[in-house]
Ligand binder design. Structure first.
Ligand code: SF4
Length: 363
């Protein structure tokens, strides 16, 4: 049965829309990092909730989308090895590498299983002692503690048929690299509330200070997003971006400190490649030598090489905030939700998939 129907008025508080319209008295560009928040904004795009002078730019906030083709190629190379079970998330299955995807090699006989969490991959390793289970660890910094904990659990139990392809990325260095581009002219960052639970929010505070960014951290409802945008615009108008900046007051809790300890026991940060953003210093994790048994890249002697991106796809420019899905010639023509060309249409958090859903009412 369907839930109660809400009118637009109930979901989008008119007072917030009016306040935002009254406050925006100059052209302002704000980057909304989170795919779910972007999706919510697109849902209400026909309701004139945003002033004309407030431009929303999507950024590199989809961890599947920012994975370059060369990294997918490495996952596929390992998946084709004998006696390997690749444990991966559903979205990653359909993302194309240079020539193939994990879904296509699965159709040809490779053992590829969908899991929702690293512990499920470890369970697969317990169930299949004669196979090596390889977990594709994809995500941003918030995903790292669970992966670190699972590796430490495998090590403490002496499980040797489990390993991880570390492909976790750190958002602050990538945002810092983007914000150096004066043409992008981003004045504010809207972040989702899950950022409050990550281990090192000080990296966001430093980024905001260094790049003079006004920031807000909000939930996912349209009312919360509007409140965040109002806060950002007020900070910009005050001329003091740090006033009201939510990152300044975030304290580490016992839980985040424990996560930090686990992460530094397992990983250290290195330069890594991003689709659309190139190679960024300190933006990826590798597994420490002491735990190299659990590092699939070392175990299978695989390198992340430069892959071939789909030429007709503009995901790279979209992730760098340089264009929008609607400007891609393939959008809605050769690239649809049913037949996605690039990762931004494949992934649930992908901005092309959100545009497609709310511009064409399909998905
Ligand atoms: S619409 Fe499709 S082809 Fe175009 S940028 Fe998005 S994913 Fe790539």
């Amino acid at each position: 049965m369907n839930g109660p129907q809400h009118s637009i008025e109930q979901l989008v508080p008119k007072s917030l829309v009016e306040e935002l319209h009254a406050l925006v008295d100059r052209p302002i560009r704000v980057m909304v990092i989170c795919g779910t928040q972007n999706r919510t904004l697109l849902k209400y795009r026909d309701d004139d909730i945003l002033p004309d002078n407030l431009e929303i730019v999507s950024g590199p906030g989809c961890s599947i989308c920012v994975m370059p083709a060369g990294h997918i190629d490495a996952f596929i190379k390992i998946a084709k090895q004998p006696d390997v079970i690749t444990a991966t998330c559903e979205d990653l299955l359909r993302v194309q590498g240079s020539r193939e995807s994990l879904a296509s090699v699965k159709n040809k006989g490779a053992l590829v299983e969908v899991v929702d969490a690293p512990v499920e991959a470890l369970d697969l390793a317990r169930k299949h002692p004669s196979k090596i289970v390889v977990f594709t660890a994809v995500g941003f910094e918030g995903a790292a503690p669970d992966v670190a904990e699972t590796i430490l659990e495998a090590a403490s139990e002496g499980i040797d048929n489990f390993c991880v392809i570390p492909s976790i990325r750190l958002l602050p260095p990538s945002l810092d690299s983007l914000m150096r581009d004066p043409e992008l002219n981003i004045r504010g960052l809207l972040c989702s509330a899950h950022i409050l639970s990550i281990t090192d929010s000080s990296a966001y505070a430093a980024l905001a200070k260094r790049r003079h960014l006004s920031c807000a951290v909000t939930g996912f409802s349209i009312a919360e997003i509007l409140e965040g945008l109002i806060s950002i615009v007020k900070q910009i108008r005050s001329g003091q971006p740090s006033r009201g900046n939510p990152f300044n007051g975030i304290m580490q809790t016992d839980e985040t400190l424990q996560h930090s300890r686990m992460m530094s026991e397992v990983f250290f940060a290195v330069e890594t490649d991003w689709r659309g953003l190139g190679s960024i210093e300190g933006s990826g994790f590798v597994i420490r030598d002491e735990l190299s048994l659990y590092d699939a890249v070392k175990r299978f002697n695989v390198r992340f090489k430069k892959g071939e991106e789909e030429l007709q796809c503009q995901c790279a420019d979209i992730l760098a905030g340089r264009t929008t899905p609607a400007e891609c010639p393939s959008f809605g023509v050769s690239c649809t939700a049913k037949h996605p060309v690039g990762p931004c249409m494949v992934a649930q958090e992908g901005i092309c998939a959100s545009y497609f859903r709310y511009m064409f009412g399909k998905l």
